[in-house]
Design a protein around this ligand. Structure first.
Ligand SMILES: *[C@@H]1O[C@H](CO)[C@@H](O)[C@H](O)[C@H]1NC(C)=O
Ligand SMILES: *[C@@H]1O[C@H](CO)[C@@H](O)[C@H](O)[C@H]1NC(C)=O
Ligand SMILES: *[C@@H]1O[C@H](CO)[C@@H](O)[C@H](O)[C@H]1NC(C)=O
Length: 679
């Protein structure tokens, strides 16, 4: 009851009503309807909960049904939105995943991103949500209400529901290691809970944390069960590449899946492990203080460090591991990816960081092939998917876009095949690196699986062998299988078994496999196979080009044209110049109408002039070019060098001479090498 106007208000509206009356508003019955609206914006509205933003530069607080994010810099913009249909009672903000939780009198809890976009809303439960709290690593959160305690995944779905006899749970607090939870209860008790029943799956092994210190391992092939006991509480575990890595508060246990009886055990020197990553060769432990790479024999390998490192807020999206490389998204500038050599822990490429044009959300290193070919896939803020190389030897790396509307991705463990959730459908990039050899082939190497079998925003958990494991928006697991042929094809290509590769493609009769083979063969300069594969997918201009490459008089020229094939113009030109094939280098640029290059670079000299040959050739081609497009010469440089009458016949003769010189030289080389090999 409002003390001023005797209006019947609900408990929380009394304050407002009283204040409005004091300000001279006369509240009639109609006001009852505007009250809820005023509630959200009226400065006197009580604030029930506050939380700090991850960088401690913003505060989130409740105001009636609204949530407000207020930056501490006075000039920065305040974000405010209606979050619930009832008063918001509780908020929390996690610094690892940057997600916001809210719960209110409308009996719902919701997950938001830090821009106020709704990611999940629960159904309306039986009682108002009186408490909620993120686990420190941001993977799960707990929700409390009357006689209810719930554990939820960060995407919102519910793992577990307990109905303790506690009255309303008013406050929840996690232990720092994220395994235990305490709740303040309306009936005067403190409730205490542990997280158990976590599952890990890899190939034929299913592991469950049955008690705080006990795991059960089931081999689904023979139903054999092993029980693993630990001295202390299990805090984190990871199962992949034939190894289970478990950390407790004090120790790390490493099991080989071939033998569950004799784990390797070593003491943890630092704090509580918050993240475990695995590659085939090594595993990485992350704790609040740093990153530590170990071999499965328990040997400490390296510990990458960089200025401003915040190991405490790293999550699986911001870090990736392969046999040879560690990639970390820089938290202070999310466009930047830092790359480290796994073995030494030193920055790759003289500390030259990989910088994308937009903020990066997710990164993943491929797992197979030589370290010099290591690639990283990244999803940026626009949800576009890019691929780039990690070890690029001084050159600016090419960052190529290979997909859009990506929500989740994973590399295969046995071949460099990538899968991703693209706008609710599962897409498999059988050979993503093809984008560096023949961009046009990329679309032909995809396998797109109809998304109708998936419900609501599935996340990819892993892609092992031929099986993709996905978690749907409601928490259920689904599996999708991918044909084994692409993995096999990768194997054949890596070991240069081109006959086997051709046989596989003929057998499978799948255009996407042929497209992969065309790309793989081209990348390995295996022209015969490439020609057959391009012919199979009816890419006739490509077939012709390959023939043209074959007919080149020397190895250098073929190499240059293969580079041109992949759009590497500069590399092609450099190859020719290095081999002293000046005319050929000029011709490449003329063929590409690259007149600027022909006249401008090389320290401002005419490429032709600098090398004192073929000025007339260039001028003749230029004249032909201008004639074709009906234009007059306006370029001062060309005018300056123009020599009056051009003799095409003489030019042709000169060109022919260059080519026969090249042929002769190539023949000399092969004679010499055959002499050497006969010795
Ligand atoms: C790479 O990033 C790190 C961490 O932000 C920074 O200290 C370093 O100077 C950067 N290196 C270069 C070459 O920009
Ligand atoms: C990764 O390391 C494992 C173990 O040393 C090795 O068997 C595997 O061939 C390596 N993979 C690559 C792609 O280097
Ligand atoms: C090829 O070898 C012959 C004899 O050894 C030599 O006279 C000729 O100049 C060489 N040609 C080139 C292009 O090097």
């Amino acid at each position: 009851m409002c003390t001023s106007c005797a209006h019947k208000c609900t408990l929380r509206e009394v304050d407002i009503c009283t204040q409005l009356c004091a300000l001279g508003f006369s509240l009639t019955k109609d006001c009852f309807f505007i009250l809820p609206v005023l509630l959200g914006v009226f400065p006197g509205s009580p604030v029930y909960s506050v939380a700090w933003g991850p960088d401690s530069d913003r505060i989130l607080y409740t105001s009636g049904r609204q949530l407000i994010i207020k930056p501490l810099q006075p000039s920065a913009k305040v974000i405010q939105w209606k979050a619930h249909d009832g008063v918001v009672l509780k908020v929390d903000w996690n610094s690892v995943n940057d997600l916001i939780l809210s719960g209110g009198e409308d009996c719902k809890y919701k997950v938001w991103d830090s821009f106020g976009r709704l990611l999940h809303s629960s159904l309306s439960r039986d009682y108002p949500i009186t408490s909620l709290s993120w686990a420190p690593d941001g993977e799960v959160f707990a929700v409390g209400s009357f006689n209810t305690l719930r554990l939820c995944d960060k995407t919102g779905w519910s793992y577990a529901l307990e109905k303790p006899n506690t009255g309303s749970v008013f406050s929840l607090a996690w232990s720092a290691d994220g395994t235990q939870l305490a709740g303040a209860c309306g009936n005067g008790h403190v409730i205490f809970a542990h997280v158990v029943e976590q599952h890990w799956e890899w190939k034929n092994f299913m592991i469950t944390l049955t008690k705080r210190r006990t795991m059960q391992v089931r081999n689904v092939l023979n139903d054999a069960v092993d029980i693993l006991e630990f001295r202390d509480r299990v805090i984190k575990a990871s199962l992949a590449y034939g190894h289970l890595v478990v950390t407790t508060s004090l120790q790390c246990y490493v099991y080989n899946t071939r033998n569950w009886n004799t784990p390797l055990i070593f003491d943890l020197k630092e704090g509580t492990v918050s993240l475990i990553l695995q590659a085939e060769k090594y595993f990485l432990l992350v704790d609040g203080a740093g990153l530590y790479l170990f071999s499965y024999e328990g040997r400490s390998i390296s510990s990458p460090k960089f200025p401003g490192m915040r190991a405490d807020i790293l999550n699986a999206q911001g870090i990736s591991l392969s046999n040879d490389t560690i990639a970390i998204r820089d938290k202070s500038d999310e466009k930047v990816i830092l790359l480290f050599d796994a073995l030494t822990g030193k920055a790759l490429g003289d500390g030259k960081n990989l910088t994308h044009k937009l903020e990066v959300l997710d990164i993943a290193l491929d797992q197979c092939g030589p370290s010099t070919d290591r690639k990283i896939a990244l999803i940026d803020k626009n949800r576009d998917l890019y691929l780039t190389t990690v070890r690029h030897l001084g050159r600016e790396p090419k960052i190529c876009k290979i997909g859009s509307m990506l929500h989740s991705m994973a590399w295969n463990d046995a071949a460099n095949i990538l899968c991703g959730i693209q706008d609710n459908q599962l897409t498999v990039w059988y050979y993503p690196s093809v984008v560096f050899t023949d961009k046009e082939l990329l679309a032909k190497t995809l396998c797109i699986k109809d998304g109708s079998e998936f419900r609501r925003a599935p996340q990819i958990l892993n892609y092992v062998g031929t099986k993709v494991t996905l978690r749907q928006g409601d928490g259920s697991l689904v599996y999708s299988s991918v044909l084994p042929y692409p993995v096999l094809l990768h194997e054949y290509s890596t070991s240069a078994r081109w006959e086997d590769a051709l046989r596989l493609c003929r057998f499978a009769k799948d255009q996407s496999l042929w497209a992969c083979l065309a790309g793989m063969a081209m990348a390995n300069r295996e022209l015969t196979t490439a020609e057959m594969a391009y012919a199979a997918i009816v890419e006739l201009p490509r077939v012709q080009y390959i023939n043209f490459i074959r007919e080149q008089p020397s190895k250098e020229s073929s190499l240059a044209h293969m580079l041109l094939f992949s759009g590497q113009v500069q590399e092609a030109e450099a190859t020719l110049l290095q081999a002293g094939l000046i005319y050929q280098a000029i011709q490449v640029n003329i063929d590409l109408f690259n007149w600027e290059r022909v006249i401008s670079s090389f320290g401002g000299c005419f490429l032709a002039v600098k090398h004192k040959t073929h000025v007339d050739t260039v001028l003749a081609y230029r004249e032909k070019f201008l004639q074709k497009f009906g234009r007059k010469e306006t370029n001062k440089r060309f005018l300056q060098y123009s020599e009056g009458v051009l003799d095409w016949e003489k030019i042709q003769e000169k060109i022919e001479m260059e080519l026969s010189k090249e042929r002769e030289r190539a023949a000399n080389v092969s004679v010499r090498s055959s002499v050497v090999s006969r010795r």
